[in-house]
Design a protein around this ligand. Structure first.
Ligand code: FMN
Length: 378
């Protein structure tokens, strides 16, 4: 196996991350909204997808590649956009981007990343996508998109599901702000995690380096900054404007409502990431596996369908394919890997997924990820 078998699963990496990094950083990644039922529901919904194995065939090799937007990726799992990624582990974003390039999986950089978009494009020239929180001001949007294009990104992902800043109770209790407010709680948690603290000191405090130039006010609470910067509800007109400016693949992330999918098709969107933001925005939102299962048939036929929220194992990735997705993403898997193992966590997570996806395909008698379809559900 090409990974450290002391931590053979994403669940093990989560436990390790909890020990190695301060609580405020762990809570930032792990937390959901309200009583966090939506987060649990995401997991439960994947567990409910049953796959019937087929044994009377010889599947000694399983092809894990997937083809989207005319490009072959080695695995159907990628890194979704995660704001403030370097807080989990200093240098996490660049380490993940390099690992994604090496192993040929997609890496989506968040507008609110803590590494410059130009540096990520250099580290992952073939596999980097850019995620846009649509800025309220059109001139800011045009400026940002100009930089994204100039840096070489070809695929753009627009996130729709933050019309309002989320009230995440763990973040509020931890007093999470940028720059960090040096409250006794934050100082104490940093002191009892000296490796993280030393690395953070060496790298400098994480900051929203891609959008700093557009911010007003010196000190801000995360949710407030995000809602002040981004549009409160992205309109169809704005998406049409972006469509007319962006000639590469354009993807909407966070779509859940049938009519929204149809509008996306109508606007000429190339793909969707079905997502409820990992249960971080609306506790009552349907689980992603359920939205995928009930997707209108014409959407699956005409667009590239991808999914995230609650994916933690290679088995889940295969389940997603049986429900119709061609690519999956998992935010917490990758960032628990980083919190647990530092830079080495990036390849650890990729290799765990590679092993689990390949074994699952062989176990169910399917020689290729792309060959899989809904008939395996029965
Ligand atoms: C800590 C954290 C930060 C996130 N930041 C962003 C972001 O900046 N942009 C975005 O579109 N989604 C963001 N998301 C949502 C992820 O892209 C993805 O949809 C989610 O992590 C999937 O759920 P999972 O973590 O259960 O796999 C974030 C998620 C987490 C956990």
């Amino acid at each position: 196996m090409n990974y450290d078998t002391r931590y053979p699963s994403v669940a093990d990496l989560k436990k390790l991350a909890k020990k190695r990094i301060p609580n405020f950083a762990f809570d930032y990644v792990d937390g959901g909204i309200d009583d966090e039922h939506g987060k649990r529901k995401n997991r439960e919904a994947w567990h409910k997808v049953e796959i019937t194995p087929r044994y009377l065939k010889d599947v000694t090799d399983a092809d894990t590649t997937t083809r989207i937007f005319g490009y072959d990726y080695a695995l159907p799992i990628g890194v979704p956009p995660i704001g403030l990624g370097n807080m989990m582990w200093p240098g996490a974003e660049i380490a993940l981007a390099k690992a994604a390039q090496k192993h040929n999986v997609p890496y989506i950089l968040s507008t609110f990343s803590t590494t410059k978009l130009e540096d990520i494009a250099q580290a992952a020239p073939d596999v980097c996508w850019f995620q846009l929180y649509v800025p309220q001001k059109v001139e800011v949007m045009k400026h940002l998109l100009g930089r994204v294009k100039e840096a070489g990104y070809k695929t753009l992902v627009i996130t729709l599901d933050i019309p309002v800043g989320a009230k995440r109770n763990r973040e509020l209790k931890n007093g999470l702000k940028l720059p960090f407010s040096l409250t006794p709680r934050i100082i104490w948690q940093s002191m009892i995690h000296p490796t993280w603290a030393m690395q953070t000191l060496a790298h400098g405090q994480p900051d929203f380096v891609n959008v700093l130039q557009y911010k007003d006010g010196p000190n801000f609470e995360l949710a407030t900054f995000i809602t002040n910067f981004a549009m409160n509800g992205v309109t169809r007109e704005r998406i049409e404007m972006i469509r007319s400016m962006w000639d590469g693949p354009l993807i909407l992330k966070g779509v859940q409502f049938d009519q929204d999918f149809r509008d996306a098709l109508d606007i000429g969107i190339d793909g969707v990431v079905i997502s409820n933001h990992g249960g971080r925005q609306l506790d009552a939102a349907p689980a992603s596996a359920d939205t995928l299962r009930t997707l209108p048939a014409e959407i699956g036929a005409k667009m590239t369908v991808m999914v995230d929220s609650g994916i933690r194992t290679g088995m889940d990735v295969v389940r997603a394919r049986a429900l119709g997705a061609k690519m999956t993403f998992s935010g917490r898997s990758f960032f628990w890997g980083m919190g647990g193992m530092g830079a080495a966590g990036a390849e650890q997570v990729i290799e765990i997924y590679r092993d689990e996806i390949s074994r699952t395909l062989k176990q169910i008698g399917c020689g290729s990820y792309l060959e899989m379809d809904k008939t395996w559900l029965k």
